[in-house]
Design a protein around this ligand. Structure first.
Ligand code: ATP
Ligand code: MG
Length: 564
């Protein structure tokens, strides 16, 4: 017998991405004693989103795979935009996704003293100077790709004077923006980042960790690479926009003779119909286009969790997206596919009716309740069964009945039979209507024999409907979501603001839904598959007597279709 299925090992070898290849080469050559140490460096100025999840799945994933470590480092060099509440939310998100950084939680601000000393070292080597040009003057001194920048008149300040001024900057003797510390590199470099970049600026501002100790703050470029070196990071994984910064980081490593972390860049995750800029997400929150960072329509990890996404589905998504060297856009349907697949395996099946209409079984005894067995999850034999109350009056979906149906309508219509899921076969007989002609109740008869016998022996009919017993049903609010934007690239239209593409119908609230009584026991964020309707979870807004469900994802799978 031949088995063409790839062995796990072969599979692994084939799917090594370029970062894994580099890491494996380094391990083979014994670089850094074959140690692997990565970090995830969020700036605590917003909530993490699915793009960050992809980045930290990679950072923690590489460390896990090669028996290494991954640090969590808050890149908190900008006192103006950062906030402790973001630090907490970031921690919570990474833990929820199943990753742990042990006691290796670091802050770039912890390194402010070391960074200051490194700057002094650079000044002493004649490789940095205190510049008194204003931002406008610096801009005016810029050249072009082909012309060098004009040198700052302060570029050749003597070392001693630079040292004194830099210290006085630190001591708070000068106002904001009156001076900067700049590296002295190469004004004609084709790489603009090498043209005497700014390392420090003056900001008399309170910092969420260092308080009022500092009034000079390092620029990201000065802090980031050095923080990696201080922590002994072997592989510093970041997104493509840092490619042109790498020569500068390498210059710092050479000049300062610090630990040579290697930066490797990969493409950002871009998702169709989705905004990924923290600044713009903040705008959506502040201007109340959404209900908060955890609004289920947001691409934030908080939002995805509230919507009903599982950590496993997000990790699976990050894996399927892979690691690319070039910018690309991933279809949001792939994310939906991942959660649908995951919940299909684990979510118990339940019955809920979103748009209810009464179904009265005229030949069923009044006041009688039967408890009928039903399986909790056909995909999971361990999930067991539960019993559903059945009685004379039920709720069914209004769309499941038509008085005057077209051909091939296999749901309920006058004279036509359907099976009620895990219950009897019923035949519609007549309807009651209100003064406006709206159906208020459907009368039917049931076949008492249709439930007896083995599954094979049971009489078959074309349609099966979900239902709940009216006397036992619980009231529920159901929130249905559509994409937050109605354009695949809301941020990509010149001359248009991304908010012009907000989908006015991204949230539909149904207030009169009916669900089976077992859902009264559900806990916050529990997952369910409402039969025929999609995957739902219990929203934290629920309270006793007021159940609120979010639809995580519908059952229709556009991604699977596209793959065919
Ligand atoms: P900002 O514009 O505020 O810097 P940012 O999204 O880059 O926003 P960071 O906190 O700096 O936010 O990101 C932390 C890490 O996550 C960085 O290493 C960054 O490269 C990575 N990252 C951010 N967005 C994405 C994305 N869409 N795809 C993959 N990685 C991302
Ligand atoms: Mg960033």
């Amino acid at each position: 017998m031949t088995d063409d299925k790839p062995t796990p090992a072969a599979n692994e070898a084939r799917s090594l991405n370029f970062i894994e290849q580099i890491v494996e080469e380094d391990i083979r050559s014994g670089k850094h004693k074959a140690r692997v140490h990565t970090r995830f460096p969020p700036e605590p100025n917003g909530y993490l989103h699915i793009g960050h999840a992809k980045a930290f799945c990679l950072d923690f994933g590489i460390a896990e795979k090669y028996g290494g470590l991954c640090n969590l480092r808050f890149d908190d060099t900008n006192p103006i935009t950062e906030d402790t509440s973001y630090v907490d939310s970031i921690r919570k998100d990474i833990h929820w996704m199943g990753f742990d950084w042990g006691n290796r939680e670091y802050y770039a601000s912890d390194y402010f003293d070391q960074l200051y000393d490194l700057a002094v070292q650079l000044i002493k080597k004649g490789k940095a100077f205190v510049c008194q040009l204003t931002a406008d003057e610096v801009n005016a001194s810029r050249g072009t790709d082909f012309e060098p920048d004009k040198p700052s008149p302060y570029r050749d300040r003597p070392v001693e004077e630079n040292l004194q001024l830099f210290e006085r900057m630190k001591n708070g003797e000068f106002p904001n923006d009156s001076m900067t510390l700049r590296a002295k590199i190469d004004l004609s470099s084709p790489n603009m980042h090498m043209r005497d970049p700014i390392l420090y600026r003056i900001r008399h501002a309170h910092h969420h960790r260092t308080g009022d100790k500092w009034c000079i703050y390092p620029m990201y470029d000065w802090a980031h690479g050095q923080s990696d070196s201080i922590e002994g990071i072997t592989h510093s994984l970041c997104t493509l926009e840092f490619v042109p910064h790498r020569p500068l980081y390498e210059w710092f490593i050479r000049e300062l003779e610090i630990f040579p972390s290697r930066q490797i860049e990969f493409a950002r995750l871009n998702l169709s119909y989705t905004i990924m800029s923290k600044r713009k997400l903040l705008q959506l929150v502040k201007e109340e286009h959404v209900k908060g960072w955890d609004d289920p329509r947001m691409p934030t990890i908080h939002g995805l969790r509230r919507r009903g996404y599982t950590p496993e589905s997000i990790r699976q998504f990050a894996d399927m997206v892979g690691i690319a060297k070039r910018e690309n856009v991933i279809d949001v349907a792939l994310l939906e596919y991942c959660i649908r697949e995951d919940l299909n395996k684990r979510a118990p099946r339940v019955m809920g009716v979103l748009n209810p209409v009464k179904l009265i079984i005229d030949n069923y005894p009044e006041g009688k309740t039967e408890y009928l067995d039903t399986v909790n999850n056909p995909e999971d034999p361990e999930a067991g069964t539960r019993s559903l109350p059945f009685s004379r009056e039920l709720w069914i979906e209004r769309e499941d009945f038509m008085e005057d149906p077209p051909k091939k309508f296999f749901r309920l219509s006058p004279g036509n039979e359907v099976r009620l899921k895990s219950a009897y076969i019923v035949k519609a007989e007549s309807v009651e209507k209100d003064a406006d002609g709206i159906i208020t109740a459907i009368h039917c008869t049931y076949d008492p024999q249709s439930l007896s016998g083995s599954d094979e022996a049971k009489r078959k009919v074309k349609g099966t409907l979900h239902w709940v017993s009216a006397a036992h049903a619980l009231d529920a609010e159901v929130r249905l979501y559509d994409r937050l934007f109605n354009d695949p690239d809301p941020d990509g239209h010149k001359g248009h603001n991304f908010k012009e593409f907000l989908n006015p119908d991204s949230l539909t609230i149904l207030n009169h839904c009916k669900v089976e009584p077992s859902l009264g026991e559900a806990s916050e964020l529990d997952h369910f598959q409402f039969i025929r309707l999609g995957c739902f979870n219990l929203d934290p807004d629920s309270s006793v007597g007021h159940l609120v469900f979010n639809r995580t994802v519908g059952l229709k799978d556009t991604w699977a279709k596209m793959k065919q």
